[in-house]
Design a protein. Structure first.
Length: 177
């Protein structure tokens, strides 16, 4: 398993590359502080600043997980981020995505980014099993995972609160072989 081999990746609509210091823009920080963007994420409980975002970005410099910038392939505009946390001992990888630029919601950009990365993780990254999860209320993410061939693996009933009400977390997985 070798995530360090990742440099960049092109989908049909997006380009993925490592998130660098140049990606710490006002727009990026704005996404993280936008309640609509972070509605289903635990990012909603934090106030994000340049300093907090730089510390988070820097945490990836010397570690094996991937932190990626998702960019519109046609314009080069930053539209979101992805993460991939690998466990080389078990050949597993947990993937996450946030499309922060709301103008891109519903346009297939997230699906394209997701499909491109999981294909690479299985074919080039040496991943045996991919996992991801989200709140059960996040229908867009569930659809994205299911369209990519992932299957529901588990449910953590009432695990988190969403708008003060218990909400399940659903876990999905896809095996390489």
């Amino acid at each position: 398993m070798n995530l360090s081999a990742f440099s960049s990746l092109a989908g049909k609509k997006v380009h993925l590359r490592r998130f660098g210091p140049e990606d710490l823009t006002a727009a990026y920080i704005g996404w993280l502080n936008d309640p609509k963007v972070t509605r289903f994420s635990n990012q909603r409980f934090r106030a994000h600043t340049v300093a907090s975002c730089e510390a988070y970005r820097a945490s990836y410099d010397a570690s094996p997980p991937l932190f990626l910038s998702v960019r519109d392939a046609a314009t080069g505009a930053a539209i979101g981020t992805m993460t991939a946390y690998a466990n080389p001992h078990h050949e597993t990888c947990d993937v996450g995505i946030i499309i922060g630029a709301r103008d891109y919601w519903g346009g297939g950009y997230g699906q394209d980014a997701w499909n491109a990365l999981i294909r690479w993780l299985i074919s080039e990254g040496g991943v045996r099993k991919l996992t991801a999860g989200c709140l059960a209320a996040n229908r867009a993410m569930i659809t994205l995972m299911e369209r990519s061939g992932m299957a529901r693996e588990a449910v953590r009933v009432g695990q988190e609160l969403l708008d003060g009400e218990p909400c399940d977390i659903v876990h999905y997985a896809k095996f390489a072989r």
